[in-house]
Ligand binder design. Structure first.
Ligand SMILES: C[S@@+](CC[C@H](N)C(=O)[O-])C[C@H]1O[C@@H](n2cnc3c(N)ncnc32)[C@H](O)[C@@H]1O
Length: 341
């Protein structure tokens, strides 16, 4: 059989990884921010003073960044950071995931071992990292692209259920967007719900109730209650997908819609070759989603479970997947919108 892919330059990939770690260090310690506040091009001395860091260390950091092509240099040894502020914040913060994931290496090593434990729970610094990543602006933009078209499918959106709300930032944006709706947001993780409740009090938002509850154990009295069920970033993390889908079927109104959002990654490796979404998401899955979803009796899912298998599972539970927007339902995408048959 012919190989479908040519291996990329491994040396360059590893060197880029090292550069990313150095960039992450600069972002985390304020060097990047200090750089953006200076008139550019600037000298290493100016950056050292602005960042309040030792000159010799700043020189070495700049050297790494020039070698990587992140910082540019003039003939007279002055430096610029050409990326715009939004890019620096997004990718600087993303890069700081590397040291956080590294903290999980001993646990990952343990669960990967043939006779090791099945998985492990959420790493709190990772949840905090995720919360910062999801800025209000990014969530508002996401809602306009992926949630509003779903909500437009049905007149009346009085009751919305958000399963696996995490720190609840997204539910609060949904609550602001639909102030007349009543949102019930649940998560099985007490740390996340405590955080969500604290932020809710600060926000003054009145139309959300946060509850610590498992998605697979929705109360009997919720039968037929909800117009919309949102389940974002949860199914691939879950060890009780069947129970959650049974629960959604029970609590959804007959004309209601559910929308499950997970990273747009294919179930099949031959479809992920050089795919930026897969390159970005699968490492998080290996370190966190797969171990979390492996805690139950069945095999873990993780992001590599993929769009095609997720859609098949939803259909097996007696739902009809509906097309929203111009992508047909067989195209790999983030959202799967479904209705009871
Ligand atoms: C990746 S986070 C997504 C959080 C949020 N929905 C968002 O998009 O920002 C996944 C969340 O799902 C929750 N979760 C996973 N399985 C669950 C289950 N069976 N029942 C309730 N919550 C669950 C986790 O505790 C975690 O907070």
């Amino acid at each position: 059989m012919e190989s479908l892919t040519n291996a990329r330059d491994l040396e360059q990939i590893v060197r880029d990884g090292l550069s990313t770690l150095v960039f992450a260090f600069g972002y985390k310690t304020g060097i990047v921010e200090a750089f953006t506040k200076l008139q550019q091009p600037c000298t290493a001395e100016e950056l050292s003073q602005k960042a309040k860091k030792k000159l010799r260390y700043i020189q070495e950091w700049i050297g790494c960044m020039v070698a990587a092509g992140i910082v540019t240099i003039t003939d007279d040894e002055k430096y610029s950071l050409p990326s715009n502020k939004a890019q620096l914040i997004t990718w600087g913060h993303t890069a700081t995931a590397i040291p956080i994931l590294s903290e999980m290496i001993p646990k990952l090593e343990e669960v990967t071992t043939l006779d090791g434990p099945k998985g492990f729970g959420y790493h709190e610094p990772f949840l905090q990292w995720l919360d910062v990543l999801r800025s209000s602006e990014a969530l508002q933009d996401w809602n306009q692209r992926l949630l509003v078209p779903v909500m437009n499918l049905k007149q009346g959106n009085e009751f919305i259920l958000d399963i696996g709300c995490g720190f609840g930032k997204h539910s609060r944006e949904v609550a602001k967007l639909y102030p007349r709706s009543k949102i019930t947001a649940i998560d099985m993780d007490q740390f996340s719900i405590d955080n969500a409740k604290k932020e809710l009090t600060k926000s003054g938002i009145q139309n959300i109730e946060y509850l610590c509850m498992k998605g697979g154990q929705l109360p009997e009295e919720w039968a037929g209650k909800f117009d919309f069920v949102i389940i974002k970033g949860v199914l691939h993390d879950s060890y009780e997908v069947d129970e959650i889908l049974k629960g959604i079927k029970r609590v959804l109104k007959s004309d209601g819609f559910a929308a499950a959002y997970d990273p747009a990654v294919s179930s099949f490796h031959k479809n992920v070759i050089n795919d930026a979404t897969a390159q970005y998401n699968l490492p998080f899955s290996l370190f966190q989603c797969l171990p979390v979803s492996s805690m139950g009796p069945s095999e873990g899912l993780g992001i590599g479970w993929g769009y095609e298998r997720r859609k098949q599972k939803i259909e097996e539970h007696g739902f009809r997947v509906v097309q929203v927007g111009d992508k047909d339902i067989d195209t790999i995408q983030e959202g799967i919108v479904f209705q009871k048959i």
